[in-house]
Design a protein around this ligand. Structure first.
Ligand code: AMP
Length: 398
């Protein structure tokens, strides 16, 4: 595998997998360009050194054929903002003869953007013939699409077979994601604290099991907390509950104890009489929730306890909200945790916000610039933290 930073791309044509799966509004304008900005430095390095870049990505979930609403062409104006002086060419089919004509005559300093890879079902199937065709768009393959690294698709994994080790590597974004996650898991300064929340225990069991090995503290919040509380005999009303996971929850508590990892569950909860923004609410002990009520946020005492643990930590990982933060009334736990993470970071802690809804929570709180690293890869980051080898990473390393 090449060292991207140390490679000079003068005169080289790079076929680069990026994650431009960005949200579009009804006018097909990009409403959040974080992922484009994420790939900017990687693209810019190749262009600046006198190379050219063939960009490939998927967008949305097309049903296996071209659909205007998922066309990659909608991304061009947002990409142009970051490369105002660069010519961006567009191929309206990623493997047509016209596309290969465009890539083979691409001038140094220019970009060619290929049409949505998922207009071909072969992409998600990891089809070798399709991957081989894509590989012919460049001399060097660079994967900078961390957000899809957990998928074994043609452009994220299979394609790497068609390049030898001196002609493939990771871009800056991919390298940063891996480096930061590795720092939290294997190269951390104690006390190390993980904050794990979100809706379901079933989604986070593997993460929790794995984190016990590397964390001093695990703060559990969100809907998943109630399966733990019920497993210990608590009364949780109609809070989220996964009865099939009570044994595993108890096992995790026992494993943590044996490993000197402290697991925190919220002592109190903000409860609601319905799952809605304007439900009636109250504060009660999390193991004594009345029938017909559900816990939708950690309570004020738990919020204090969690904030203090976070502020005393030197390394912090956050995955998943503490409550239904989409409803203002039940957002306090999540935003207080965000604030505590920012304060700890101000004092020198290293903090990684990894995975889905905690990323949108930190952005919504406006504190994203006060944490060390916000991951761009929801599912991919979760799988990486679970200790799985991501196919997109493995393929390039082989
Ligand atoms: P996840 O994708 O697993 O991180 O889950 C995030 C979702 O969990 C968010 O949409 C939250 O609204 C939801 N959530 C968090 N806490 C609760 C709760 N106590 N009850 C129901 N849903 C919750």
């Amino acid at each position: 595998m090449i060292n991207f930073k140390e490679t000079n791309f003068s005169g080289k044509r790079v076929v680069m997998r990026v994650d431009f799966n960005v949200p579009l509004n009804a006018e097909f304008q990009v409403t959040d360009d974080t992922r484009i900005e994420g790939a900017k430095a990687t693209i810019a390095k190749v262009l600046k050194e006198g190379g050219s870049v063939v960009l490939m990505s998927h967008l949305g979930r097309p049903k296996g054929g071209p659909e205007n609403k998922y066309s990659m062409k909608h991304v061009i104006p947002a990409l142009q903002v970051y490369f105002p002086d660069v010519k961006i060419n567009f191929a309206d089919d990623c493997i047509s003869e016209a596309a290969f004509n465009m890539s083979s005559t691409l001038k140094n300093g220019e970009i060619l953007l290929l049409e949505n890879l998922r207009f071909y079902p072969e992409e998600e199937k990891g089809n070798p013939d399709f991957a081989k065709k894509l590989s012919q768009h460049g001399d060097i393959y660079i994967n900078d699409a961390f957000g899809t690294a957990h998928r074994e698709h043609a452009s994220t994994a299979t394609i790497a077979k068609y390049f030898d080790k001196d002609h493939k590597g990771f871009g800056y974004l991919m390298a940063a994601e891996v480096e930061n996650a590795t720092k939290v898991l294997h190269d951390s300064v104690s006390p190390v604290t993980a904050i794990v929340g979100g809706a379901k225990v079933s989604d986070k069991i593997q993460l929790l099991e794995r984190l016990i090995d590397s964390m001093d503290n695990i703060l559990i919040g969100g809907g998943m907390a109630y399966t733990f509380i019920a497993a210990q005999g608590g009364k949780i009303g109609k809070s989220l509950f996964e009865p099939d996971y009570t044994d595993l929850a108890l096992k995790i508590i026992a494993k943590a104890k044996a490993n000197n990892t402290t697991i925190y569950l919220p002592g109190d909860s903000i409860i609601a009489d319905a799952f809605s923004a304007d439900a009636a609410s109250n504060v009660v002990a999390s193991d004594n929730i009345p029938d017909g009520w559900m816990g939708l946020d950690i309570g004020p005492v738990a919020t204090d306890v969690y904030s203090n643990v976070i502020k005393a930590s030197k390394t912090i990982l956050w995955n998943g909200p503490m409550g239904v933060f989409e409803f203002e009334k039940f957002a306090n736990g999540t935003f207080s945790v965000a604030k505590a993470v920012a304060e700890a970071t101000d004092k020198g802690a290293f903090s990684l916000i990894g995975g889905g809804d905690s990323v949108s929570a930190i952005n919504k709180s406006g504190l994203e610039s006060r944490v060390s690293y916000v991951s761009t890869g929801g599912g991919a980051m979760l799988e990486f933290l679970e200790g799985k080898e991501l196919p997109g990473i493995k393929a390039v390393k082989e």
